[in-house]
Write a protein that binds this ligand. Structure first.
Ligand SMILES: [Zn+2]
Length: 264
C-alpha cells in the first residue's frame, strides 16, 4: 500500500514533466531549458513547479503577470499520479516481475504524453511513438536478456513481433488511404504499429476494436449533449491509448468476455 502512495507522489512530479513534453514536442521545441510562463515569458522558480501545490497556492495564476493558467495541467499531474499507482497495482495483480512493472510505468508515461499532445494539438509525437515501440520490444526481450531462450527462438519471435505490428497497422492504414487522411490521422496509423508490437496480432485487433466502440459511444454521447460540433473532429488517439491500456492489463477478462458473447 505504501508503495502505491509513493508512486502517486512520484507520478505527480513526473506528470509535471510529461505536461511539458506534451506541449513542447508537438511544437518542435527543445525539451531542455527552464519552464517559462507562456504569457509573460518569466522563467518559473522551483516553487512554481511543485505539482498541484503551486497551482493551488497561487490560485491558478502566474506569480508574475497574474495570468490565469488552465487547471488542465494540474489535472494531468493528478492523473499521472493516479495512473502510476494504478499501473503498479495492475502489474502486481498480473504477477509481473519487477522489470516488467517498471517498463509498464514507462509505457504509461509515453501514453500520457501522447494522450495530452493529441488532445491539445492533435499530434501524436513521433519521439513518444519510438519510445513506446522500444519499450514494447524491451518487454518482449526480457526472457532473451535473462538467457532463458535461445537466440534462434528469439530471432523468430522478433520477426513475428514486427509482422504483428505491420498487420495490426493494416486496418487504420486502409481507413487512412480510403478517406485520404480525413477519417484517420497518420499519427494514429503509426501508433497502431507500436500497439501491435506490444500486444501482438489478435490482442492488437481487439484493442483497435475496443477503441472504435469506445470512440463511437463517446462520439454519440457528445453529439447528443451538443458539446461537439458535427464538423469538429475529435482525435482518435486517446481512444486507441485507452484500448491499449485495457487490453494490456485485462487481456484474460476481455477474451473471456468475447468468448461468452460470441460463443467460441
Ligand atoms: Zn506570467
Amino acid at each position: 500500500m505504501l508503495i502505491l502512495i509513493w508512486l502517486f507522489i512520484i507520478g505527480l512530479f513526473i506528470g509535471s514533466f510529461l505536461n511539458v513534453l506534451a506541449d513542447r514536442l508537438p511544437r518542435g521545441e527543445t525539451i531542455l531549458g527552464r519552464s517559462k510562463c507562456e504569457s509573460c515569458k518569466h522563467v518559473l522558480a522551483w516553487n512554481d513547479l511543485i505539482p498541484v501545490i503551486s497551482y493551488l497556492s497561487l490560485h491558478g495564476k502566474c506569480r508574475y503577470c497574474k495570468k490565469i493558467f488552465s487547471s488542465e495541467y494540474m489535472w494531468a499531474e493528478i492523473g499521472t499520479g493516479v495512473m502510476f499507482s494504478l499501473t503498479w497495482y495492475l502489474s502486481e495483480l498480473n504477477h509481473f516481475q519487477l522489470s516488467q512493472s517498471v517498463i509498464s510505468l514507462g509505457l504509461i508515461s509515453a501514453l500520457i504524453v501522447m494522450f495530452l499532445a493529441d488532445m491539445r494539438y492533435k499530434i501524436i509525437p513521433d519521439s513518444m511513438q519510438v519510445a513506446f515501440g522500444l519499450l514494447a520490444v524491451l518487454m518482449h526481450s526480457l526472457s532473451f536478456i535473462r538467457g532463458d531462450i535461445e537466440t534462434s527462438i528469439y530471432v523468430q519471435r522478433f520477426g513475428k513481433m514486427l509482422l504483428d505490428g505491420i498487420i495490426v497497422m493494416g486496418p487504420l492504414l486502409l481507413i487512412f488511404l480510403i478517406t485520404r487522411g480525413k477519417g484517420m490521422g497518420f499519427g494514429d496509423v503509426k501508433y497502431s504499429f507500436v500497439l501491435g508490437l506490444l500486444l501482438g496480432m489478435w490482442n492488437g485487433f481487439i484493442a483497435l476494436y475496443m477503441s472504435f466502440v469506445l470512440g463511437g459511444i463517446i462520439g454519440v454521447y457528445l453529439l447528443f449533449v451538443k458539446k461537439m460540433d458535427r464538423k469538429k473532429s475529435i482525435p482518435f488517439g486517446p481512444y486507441l491509448f485507452i484500448g491499449t491500456y485495457i487490453m494490456y492489463f485485462f487481456e484474460t477478462d476481455i477474451l473471456l468476455f468475447i468468448q461468452r458473447i460470441y460463443g467460441f
